[in-house]
Design a protein around this ligand. Structure first.
Ligand code: GLA
Length: 388
């Protein structure tokens, strides 16, 4: 990567490399912006940013994946407007850094990523966090402030009203563990995964247009549910505050669509706790059941799945050695995550690819989910992947 940097920018003096991982969310989908619980795992798929000072006044970025570069005078960064282009991510982050009191020095950046885009494995957060570290260039920042700053960049500049899960897990991920995040207190707990299981992500290779608009619509429907419930229960500030019993009572007087959206959030939030308990007991069958319940809830109540994801989940559930399967991430495409016996992985990969190809004419990419550590400067250059 340093050679590539030198070829691109003519020199690589003082270059440093920063890494931020993508993630797979095991359970707790669309609960983060309702201030509930989520249980993601940071992946060994990650974005790497090599950075060194430039000799002029510019911030330059080059993406190897897109083979595209862009440059800005650093003094103009605070005034830039979103372009609906991938460079909105680094610029959004740079603006937030400036606002938080971290001026941006002229720099050249080279971006290399193994997080597949549009896959629901959080390539955006990986890009935001790795860029933020590269622009900070060793200046200390509170990790939670880093998370919030990157989330603000995505919400404010990129214009995606996301929750906090993706940026959080990219910063706080741990090897060998899933991280249970309380999205209200922003505290977390590492959850060791039982031995003798494997998590496999299968990419539908589609991302439907609806994804952006439907996400915003869901956040609004959740807010609408809270507004109605508050008329009778003024202490309810988010759907997180609703127990399943309270929801049962509220269900009768919520409009039907709003009621279904709220039912997903309330039941999914409870499932996170149940899943963590099953993990601790090593009850793999139960973990699998909760995966399936979560998917059905996302499919029917929250309506953020799609034909490709539903097909993959049904197909996976029919294969040997599979305990459970569900869509992961925002939905409308992206990945399914499957909980299974390690010995069943090889035949599963062949079968699921064949079935999916037969139905949709697409070959799904398959990724083993290995819990990895959160974002940091790279010290061991051997861990850096080859160019795309
Ligand atoms: C996207 C968002 C997250 C979260 C998930 C759904 O990945 O960025 O904040 O809301 O969707 O669980």
């Amino acid at each position: 990567m340093i050679d590539a940097f030198r070829r691109l920018y003519g020199a690589a003096d003082g270059v440093r490399i920063f890494r931020a991982p993508g993630r797979v969310n095991l359970i707790g989908e669309h609960t983060d912006y309702n201030l509930g619980f989520v249980l993601p795992v940071a992946l060994d798929l990650a974005t790497f940013v090599a950075a060194a000072s430039s000799r002029d006044h510019c911030l330059r970025v080059y993406s190897e994946d897109r083979r595209e570069s862009a440059a800005w005078d650093v003094s103009g960064i605070p005034g830039l407007r979103p372009q609906r282009h991938w460079t909105d991510y680094p610029i959004g982050v740079a603006q937030e850094l400036v606002r938080a009191g971290f001026p941006i020095a002229p720099k050249n950046l080279l971006i290399r990523s193994t997080v597949p885009e549009g896959s629901g494995l959080s390539s955006s957060a990986a890009l935001e966090v790795s860029t933020a570290l590269a622009l900070l260039d060793g200046r200390a920042i509170d990790p939670l402030e880093l998370v919030r700053l990157c989330q603000r960049a995505e919400r404010g500049f990129v214009g995606m009203p996301c929750g906090i899960m993706d940026q959080y897990i990219s910063v706080f991920g741990q090897e060998h563990a899933a991280i249970c995040i309380d999205c209200r207190s922003l505290k977390n707990q590492a959850v060791r995964l039982p031995d003798g299981i494997a998590f496999i992500a299968v990419n539908t290779m589609v991302k439907h247009e609806l994804a952006g608009t439907a996400y915003k619509e869901r956040t609004e429907q959740c807010a609408a549910a809270v507004a109605i419930i508050r008329q009778r229960h003024p202490r309810v500030e988010s759907l997180r505050d609703l127990s399943p019993a309270m929801f049962e009572e509220a269900e009768a007087w919520l409009p039907p669509v709003i009621a279904r959206r709220a039912r997903h959030v309330v039941s999914e939030n409870a499932r996170v706790g149940q899943f963590v308990a099953a993990c601790r007991e090593g009850d793999v069958e139960r973990m699998g059941e909760l995966f399936e319940d979560s998917h059905r809830s996302l499919q029917h109540d929250y309506e953020v799945s799609c034909d490709e994801l539903d097909f993959l989940v049904d197909a996976a559930m029919s294969l040997r050695g599979v305990y459970g399967a569900r869509m992961t991430g925002g939905g409308f495409g992206g990945c399914m995550v499957t909980l299974m016996r390690p010995a069943a992985v090889a035949p599963f990969e062949g079968e699921i690819s064949r079935l999916y190809h037969e139905r949709f004419g697409l070959t799904p990419r398959i990724y083993p989910c290995r819990p990895s550590s959160g974002a940091a400067e790279v010290k061991n250059f051997e861990s850096i992947p080859a160019p795309p």
